[in-house]
Write a protein that binds this ligand. Structure first.
Ligand SMILES: [Zn+2]
Ligand SMILES: [Zn+2]
Length: 133
């Protein structure tokens, strides 16, 4: 079954919760109003085609802005009403189902374990070399 979790995902920092969040969309180049329901944080997730950069811009959807401005190159882009009327839910990493989290987050702990193991092997080899040379 296709759920929203099977769409493309983008990270966004929730400033109110001060935690990493993730949201799921069909087309990552379109602007989205991203809202974290738990705390009310909202931001406009927008892509500047000139700068080839994505931004999370603070906006007040209640003020119904009709455009957004790229903070880097100052290009104005129209913002359609439908964007503001269809907010995308922001999930904190910790609120995602376990299987979704496992799929989309980099396996940090595994990687760290790999590096640690490699370091210990090198240390052990150096010790052995020192003893037996
Ligand atoms: Zn939040
Ligand atoms: Zn720009």
């Amino acid at each position: 079954m296709a759920t929203e979790f099977s769409k493309d995902f983008l990270p966004e920092w929730c400033e109110r919760c001060d935690k990493q969040g993730i949201y799921f969309v069909d087309d990552t180049a379109s602007p989205y109003l991203v809202v974290h329901n738990k705390c009310g944080h909202e931001a406009l997730s927008a892509w500047c085609s000139k700068c080839q950069t994505g931004f999370a811009l603070p906006i007040k959807s209640s003020e119904q802005p009709s455009f957004w401005t790229c903070p880097t190159c100052n290009t104005k882009y129209p913002l359609s009403d439908s964007v503001l009327k269809a907010p995308i839910n922001l999930y904190l990493e910790e609120d995602l189902p376990e299987d979704v989290r496992a799929r989309i987050l980099p396996p940090k702990s595994k990687y760290a374990f790999g590096i640690n193991t490699a370091v210990w092997i090198v240390v052990a080899l150096v010790i052995l070399y020192t003893i037996f040379k």
